[in-house]
Design a protein around this ligand. Structure first.
Ligand code: FEO
Length: 167
């Protein structure tokens, strides 16, 4: 079954959202690097790669369904943050927004009885639980140990350990 025009537009929009997410996390990585917060920068780079993988999943799906991927312009990401805590709070809020978008896409797929898209989106719904949780956990930890030395450096060391599995 070919993708409907509405699904095609919505998925193209989501490809853009995922790539803008990658762009945002790269921006955060370059915010952290010069502050000697290499662990946080690493975490953000891995996250950016994961977002590109998300975009690819949508691209594959659109193409597998015989539709055309149309890449739009990426919005300028936020460049500066008041603190590491603010950056991770921003990331957590961003993921909550992405979850809402995924849910809207799922609603559309359900309305259209597009079962294949529902299958893909179900994967993303589960993934978003993880995405929200990992950003929120870092926010909670920073609130607990403090957003400056020595707590911040301790958290930064932990973030350096993030692997690329599942990205
Ligand atoms: Fe692709 Fe962070 O959601």
């Amino acid at each position: 079954m070919e993708l409907s025009a509405a699904m095609q537009d919505a998925m193209n929009q989501q490809i853009q959202t995922e790539l803008e997410s990658a762009y945002l996390y790269l921006s955060m990585a370059t915010f952290f690097s010069p502050k000697n917060l290499g662990g946080s920068a690493h975490w953000m780079r891995v996250q950016a790669q994961e977002e590109v993988t998300h975009a690819m999943k949508f691209i594959d799906h659109v193409e597998d369904r015989g539709a055309r991927v149309v890449l739009g312009p990426l919005a300028q990401p936020k460049l500066e943050f008041a603190s590491a805590l603010e950056a991770f709070e921003y990331a957590a809020a961003h993921e909550r927004e992405v979850s809402t978008k995924i849910q809207s896409l799922y609603d559309l797929a359900a309305k259209e009885r597009d079962y294949a898209s529902q299958g893909l989106l179900q994967w993303f719904i589960t993934e978003q639980v993880e995405e929200e949780r990992s950003a929120s956990q870092i926010v909670e930890t920073l609130r607990m140990v403090g957003d400056s030395a020595p707590g911040l450096f301790m958290v930064d060391k932990e973030l350096a350990k993030r692997g690329t599995e599942g990205a």
